[in-house]
Design a protein. Structure first.
Length: 418
């Protein structure tokens, strides 16, 4: 059997499980059944070794361990205590092995087959730090052969197999209990830094409980961006599973047209409950959009846009842009309306860059002025985007009053879901 001495810098959970545990006089106490970290104390150090001893389990602190080798775990302190379930512990076998986790770097959901520890020998003591979770064929081979052939032989066999693992710092644990997430110090930073489309793919691949856990615990703005990338039927399932207040917070962060689309997929009672929790301004905008049929320009449009009076200059436009930075990401045109709010012309934002500050906006207007009536069918609207290579299109009512705008992103969504 290959010695697990200082010549080896890593140990595997499959090698540790079942190791005999010995006291200071070399008497066998029991066998190792699990190992746990306490994230609030140290996010990587194995804090407790859980040992099966007769009908019960014993808990061994990390500082009570002297040596870990192929023959067993040798203690340096015998002040052991019975093990009692501790919600602050993340146990390797119970909570990780064979469980799904999120690989934040690879942006996917994976299943844990084994855990790799970094062994640190310091004088007469040994510490283990969680290094990686193993998800590939190598770890499956270790699991299958553990206890059948010696660990040293398994190690030699696995050298022929390409390793497939995830660094511990890129692992996001799935935990549905919000209180336990706090106790385990599970951070959402890795998820919140993902592109919303990648996070949406992950959420869609999870079961209902895990979806709810993620969407209820991440920042509402991130949740809104993610929800907008998710398939409509799953959007509805997620919102129905969330607390009404959290659902309202997420919808408030979405564009009004997207929020209206999501609410239209819900049961009327659920939709009304969520609307009642929304701020008055956002609620009013969404309710206005809910009046339009989904397959019309009114159902596609967004009511967030910038409109200026006929005498406005580039300086006026730049001031309004600075005051409405939240609109910039999807803002392609500014609109000029008269005192009756009738649309007069559109100005591409790009034309403002090289124009002098005193230039009247009407001098930068697009010709001809293109717009859609609020009741125009979405197929016709899509044809206009395609024919004229549009990035956005204003929407007017029967009196030619500007009521919203449709962006190319909205059309892409229509084509994708159509």
């Amino acid at each position: 059997m290959e010695s697990l001495s200082t010549t080896e810098d890593v140990l595997y959970l499959t090698e540790l499980l079942g190791l005999k545990v010995y006291d200071l006089k070399g008497r066998r106490i029991g066998t190792l059944r699990d190992a746990a970290i306490v994230p609030l104390i140290d996010p990587v150090r194995v804090d407790r070794f859980l040992v099966g001893a007769g009908p019960g389990w014993l808990s061994i602190r990390h500082d009570q361990v002297g040596r870990i080798d192929e023959y067993g775990i040798h203690l340096r302190d015998e002040g052991l205590t019975p093990y009692h379930s501790d919600e602050y512990m993340l146990r390797m076998v119970r909570d990780l092995l064979d469980q799904q986790i999120i690989d934040a770097q690879g942006r996917k959901v994976v299943r844990v087959n084994d855990v790799t520890f970094l062994r640190i020998v310091n004088g007469g003591s040994t510490m283990l730090h969680v290094l990686e979770v193993d998800i590939g064929i190598r770890s499956i081979v270790r699991r299958v052969l553990a206890g059948v052939i010696p660990p040293g032989v398994i190690r030699r066999l696995q050298r022929r197999i390409v390793p497939h693992s995830i660094r511990w710092e890129f692992c996001n644990i799935l935990e549905t209990d919000p209180q336990r997430r706090v106790r385990l110090n599970i951070s959402n930073r890795l998820l919140e830094n993902m592109h919303p489309a990648d996070l949406a793919d992950i959420v869609e691949s999870l079961g209902p409980g895990d979806r709810e856990a993620i969407m209820s615990s991440i920042d509402s703005e991130v949740a809104a961006e993610t929800l907008s990338e998710i398939e409509p039927d799953i959007q509805a399932q997620i919102l129905e599973s969330l607390e009404t207040e959290k659902a309202a917070e997420i919808l408030e962060e979405m564009d009004p047209n997207e929020a209206a689309d999501v609410l239209s997929e819900l049961e009327d009672d659920t939709s009304e409950e969520i609307l009642e929790e929304m701020d008055a301004e956002e609620k009013e905008e969404v309710e206005e959009l809910l009046e339009f049929k989904d397959d019309t320009a009114g159902g596609l449009m967004n009511t967030e846009y910038l409109a200026l009076p006929p005498h406005a200059t580039v300086a006026d436009a730049m001031r309004d842009l600075r005051q409405n930075e939240e609109l910039l990401e999807n803002l392609h045109n500014l609109y000029v309306v008269n005192r009756d709010e009738e649309l007069e012309f559109a100005v591409p934002v790009a034309r403002l860059i090289f124009a002098s500050s005193d230039t009247l906006l009407r001098e930068l207007a697009s010709e001809p002025l293109l717009f859609a009536q609020v009741g125009e069918k979405q197929d016709r609207v899509a044809e206009m985007f395609d024919k004229y290579n549009l990035l956005s299109l204003p929407v007017v009512d029967e009196d030619r009053k500007l009521v919203g705008t449709i962006t190319v992103d909205d059309i892409v969504s229509v084509l994708r879901n159509g």
